[in-house]
Design a protein around this ligand. Structure first.
Ligand SMILES: [Zn+2]
Length: 315
């Protein structure tokens, strides 16, 4: 009991000086909103693909798991994004992870609470739990991020206190996976170089919403980059195909082990766009009141300077 109270007090001491932050937001113009929407869709598309590659890796490399596979796949995706964007060295790269955890929060606000689409016994954690899990790993990777987010709605102090250890353990697991199954460097390039084991295929988009996200995704080349990188570092025992396809309105993504294929529905990416629009329509003043969000994304969200001792991000 004493330990917990002491932790809370210490956390308050860390956070209090950071409370004088921007708390209002100017309206964004269409170009700014479109840019933000694109970033949001791509950040969540990246997380989705890495999560599915987590499933594929567990299948291909016979990885021993001590918890539910869905949680482990989230951990792989989160840690890979933290490492890719070097969040450990500087807080700027955390913006994409904030957009991913925001998506789970939006899912919960828009659907989870009301319809209970995700029942408690489901193999996936509840959306709101995924929001905190991702925040914990992301903030736990960098002391400054932890100070800025601790005891805000992003990360309650009771959870945040051990997030640095949670991140260290998760990073260790991902590095173990890399070490255990890393691919030997190519002896020679050019002729004789092996064909890639991971490949990305796109179906023609159906419908306006799917077409819009299809174009964003193709232009970014983010899926090809991720597949290329994972192909380079790991010794995949069989080819894994990524199929970006239409799912008749079902917002889904999954790995099918029988055919070693990751299916990513354009409908899911379109849904990310819809939730981004829904969030933008609410305005960003509450996000600007959060010290971390204001610090990392304030310019893009239109945060205006002001001093208000309010740490509630409403996110
Ligand atoms: Zn999954």
């Amino acid at each position: 009991m004493f330990v917990k109270t002491f932790r809370s007090l210490l956390a308050a001491c860390i956070v209090l000086p950071l409370m004088a932050v921007a708390a209002s937001a100017r309206p964004l113009d269409k170009t700014e909103l479109d840019a933000l929407r694109t970033e949001y869709v791509l950040a969540n598309a990246e997380f989705t693909l890495l999560h599915e590659f987590g499933h594929a890796a567990f299948d291909a490399f016979d990885v021993p798991l001590f918890s539910r596979e869905e949680e482990a796949a989230d951990t792989v995706a989160t840690v890979l994004m933290i490492l890719n964007y070097d969040v450990q060295s500087g807080p700027a790269g955390v913006d994409r992870l904030l957009m991913v955890s925001a998506e789970w929060y939006q899912e919960w606000e828009a659907r989870g609470r009301v319809t209970e689409l995700k029942p408690y016994w489901d193999e996936h954690p509840l959306s709101i739990v995924r929001f905190y899990n991702i925040n914990c790993l992301a903030m736990g990777s960098n002391e400054d991020l932890l100070s800025l987010s601790l005891d805000t709605k992003l990360l309650p102090v009771e959870r945040g206190w051990f997030c640095d250890q949670e991140f260290a353990r998760a990073k260790h697991a991902v590095e173990w996976l890399y070490r255990q199954y890393r691919r030997a460097p190519e002896v020679s390039k050019g002729r004789g170089a092996r064909t890639p084991m991971l490949s990305v295929h796109y179906d023609k988009p159906v419908g306006e919403d799917n077409r819009r996200v299809y174009e964003i995704l193709r232009q970014s080349r983010i899926f090809a980059r991720i597949a290329g990188r994972l192909d380079q570092v790991m010794d995949w025992p069989f080819p894994v195909k990524v199929s970006v396809t239409n799912c008749g309105g079902s917002p889904d993504a999954f790995y099918k082990s029988q055919v070693h294929t990751i299916f990513v529905c354009l409908d899911l990416l379109a849904d990310f766009g819809r939730l981004a629009d829904r969030r933008a329509a609410e305005g960003f003043a509450d996000l600007c009141a959060n010290p971390l969000i204001s610090n990392v994304m304030g310019r893009r969200l239109g945060c205006e300077s002001g001093a208000r001792p309010d740490d509630s991000p409403g996110k």
